[in-house]
Design a protein around this ligand. Structure first.
Ligand code: UDP
Length: 192
């Protein structure tokens, strides 16, 4: 972790909130839960927040080339929102006060992901390569052993299925919505 990089405040804030939550739990006896949410997607995501999935789908729908940052050999794992909600709900109902990873471990490189979006959308656009943002992680894949054991939870929605539903949503946006710029998020700020 680079504490003084552009993601430093974001990363440290996540760690701090777990530390303070546990302090409240042990010192004040407060009932607490900690969910570590990994990359999630689904209908009603903001199109221009800088995340890779809405970025690629938006580019395909606007007839723009898909921008791969770096070589595209970094990997991500995408969890469909319904699975995430079910995981969080089960954690809430459990008595586990330790942090629990909730995400989908199915891993894919960003280049392969771009190719999946090209296939899904039928776009004729190319994949173009842009510089990799500073401190962009090479891999993000949740280890969900704990969630499986304690919550009897694991994701049910495959990427193919989830992408189909999500693409149907984005296809329903108006031309105006498709072209709106929205950088009022952390990811949008870092990617700007
Ligand atoms: N990314 C990309 N093209 C884009 C937007 C993102 O190649 O137009 C890459 C980004 O560099 C990262 C990955 O896709 O390696 C996932 O980015 P996102 O911001 O969605 O999630 P995070 O990096 O926070 O896991």
């Amino acid at each position: 972790m680079n504490t003084v990089g552009p993601r430093g405040v974001y990363d440290e804030a996540k760690r701090f909130q777990e530390a303070i939550t546990m302090a409240y739990h042990t010192y004040h006896g407060l009932e607490t839960r900690m969910v570590r949410i990994f990359n999630t997607y689904g209908p009603r995501m903001r199109l221009n927040d800088g995340r890779v999935l809405p970025a690629f789908i938006g580019q395909a729908l606007r007839g723009e080339d898909l921008t791969i940052f770096g070589k595209g050999n970094q990997t991500r794992s995408f969890c469909y929102v319904d699975d995430l909600i079910e995981g969080i709900y089960r954690l809430l109902k459990s008595d586990c006060s330790d942090p629990v990873n909730i995400g989908n471990p199915a891993e894919i490189t960003i280049k392969q992901f771009a190719e999946e979006i090209v296939k899904l959308t039928g776009t004729k656009q190319k994949l173009v390569y842009k510089p990799l943002p500073q401190d962009d992680p090479m891999q993000r894949q949740p280890d969900i052993t704990k969630a499986k054991k304690i919550l009897k939870w694991q994701p049910k929605v495959s990427r193919a299925e989830g992408l189909k539903i999500t693409y149907a949503y984005f296809k329903g946006l108006t031309a105006k919505e498709l072209h709106e710029k929205d950088h009022n998020t952390f990811e949008g700020y870092v990617r700007k």
